[in-house]
Design a binder for this molecule. Structure first.
Ligand code: C5P
Length: 227
């Protein structure tokens, strides 16, 4: 249960992925968008949306560099080494999350997430949801692969999941403790595996994940337009 007095909210920003798919030598989260590294933008969005403290999971050899680029927020941000897979990075973040009531998990690869989405996720957990995901509608038509053919699928039956995802701290800790070596694409799925219902809130197009080089171009244009 979340206490009625002001609950402590921690965000784990997973930023330990490589930049391989973007064709870069530096880790993806270190890439600058309109002069500001993705990881810094992600941290700013968390703090702007009502998070009290942030744990950043960085690539092992980049911990010091990430910490110095986040030095302005040093009293509220801790940088730690991430793990091999995303869920390992979250797990390491959990080990450094300290005493708190609500935990958000956010991809640094979604640097333009608006703070109001962060706030919306926190509020849903405060209102009693144990696991919360921001979602947006599926805009493309979908086809399901069936043997060597494909058949039309009803796109209104699907939603696209973004981050930050929000959790009662104990629920997320339990989900990770129970997950063993099984691979999960996100933390809400891990909670569902221990029968925790997942609540949705509206996400936002700006929380898109930077994966391909074209996504970087789009993010740059949007960020320049905002500054
Ligand atoms: O690779 P992808 O973009 O799906 O990764 C999602 C997020 O997970 C990114 O922010 C990435 O930095 C993070 N990640 C991580 N540790 C890993 C792999 C990915 O923190 N081992």
């Amino acid at each position: 249960m979340i206490p009625r007095t002001k609950p402590e909210v921690v965000a784990i920003v997973v930023a330990a992925g490589s930049g391989v798919r973007l064709g870069r030598e530096v880790p993806k989260a270190a890439i600058e968008i309109a002069g500001i590294p993705m990881v810094t933008r992600a941290v700013q969005a968390m703090l702007g949306g009502g998070v009290d403290r942030v744990v950043v999971a960085a690539p092992e050899t980049w911990v010091d560099r990430f910490a110095s680029s986040l030095a302005t927020f040093a009293d509220r941000v801790k940088v730690i080494p991430g793990g091999l897979m995303r869920q390992d990075s979250v797990r390491r973040g959990l080990a450094h999350s300290g005493e708190c009531d609500i935990i958000l998990v956010h991809d640094a690869a979604r640097p333009l997430v608006p703070p109001f989405v962060v706030d919306r996720v926190i509020e849903a957990v405060k209102d009693g949801a144990a696991a919360v995901v921001p979602v947006i509608p599926q805009v493309d038509s979908l086809r399901r692969i069936r043997r060597s053919l494909t058949v039309a699928a009803d796109r209104s039956a699907f939603l696209r999941v973004q981050t930050p995802q929000g959790f009662e701290a104990e629920v997320l800790r339990q989900a990770h403790a129970n997950s063993g070596d099984k691979e999960f694409t996100d933390d809400a799925t891990m909670c569902e595996a221990i029968d925790v219902p997942v609540t949705t809130v509206p996400g936002d197009g700006l929380a898109f994940k930077i994966t391909e080089p074209m996504d970087l171009v789009l993010a740059e244009v949007i960020a320049r337009g905002e500054s």
